[in-house]
Design a protein around this ligand. Structure first.
Ligand SMILES: [Fe+2]
Length: 160
């Protein structure tokens, strides 16, 4: 199974796991970690050994995929965390920050999607250094975001 098929399958499974938010939280973050690993592998193969077909496929799938994962987090997980928390005000402050990071990530993913389209077309990107920098800045930001979000939300979402 290709990395992209794995991600698409995972996103579908996620929607069937709404019954247990703690499991869904782990799943939604595992998918994003998988996506980061794919992006890192592309960065590692620059300037000219990247898989052009994967880049072309990912350039089309990336933005809808991340939006779908973010909306799941926001609609299902954040609302459950708020509902279960006894300190709703502080939780809602942190959740506001998570939502802000989602918007920033989606914005960066749009940019990254254009780069992936170029990497799908060209043997070598016009500016390999800038390409590597963009890829790394995206997956590093997503990994940081997920690590904090997971740590913060997991205790709120586990059954007491
Ligand atoms: Fe998130």
């Amino acid at each position: 199974m290709s990395a992209l098929e794995f991600l698409a399958k995972g996103a579908k499974k996620l929607e069937a796991s709404e019954g247990d938010p703690a499991i869904a939280l782990a799943m939604v973050h595992d998918l994003q970690m998988e996506l980061c690993d794919v992006l890192e592998s592309i960065a590692d193969l620059l300037p000219d050994r990247h898989d052009r077909r994967l880049c072309a496929e990912l350039s089309r799938a990336l933005v809808p995929m991340i939006i779908r994962l973010h909306r799941f987090e926001e609609d299902v997980l954040f609302s459950t965390a708020l509902h279960r928390s006894s300190a709703a005000e502080s939780v809602s402050r942190v959740i506001k920050r998570f939502r802000g990071e989602h918007s920033e990530d989606e914005f960066r993913m749009e940019e990254l999607s254009e780069l992936l389209c170029e990497l799908g077309r060209e043997r070598q990107p016009e500016n390999p250094e800038a390409a590597g920098y963009l890829l790394r800045s995206v997956f590093e930001a997503v990994r940081r975001h997920c690590a904090y979000e997971r740590e913060y939300l997991s205790s709120l979402l586990e059954d007491l």
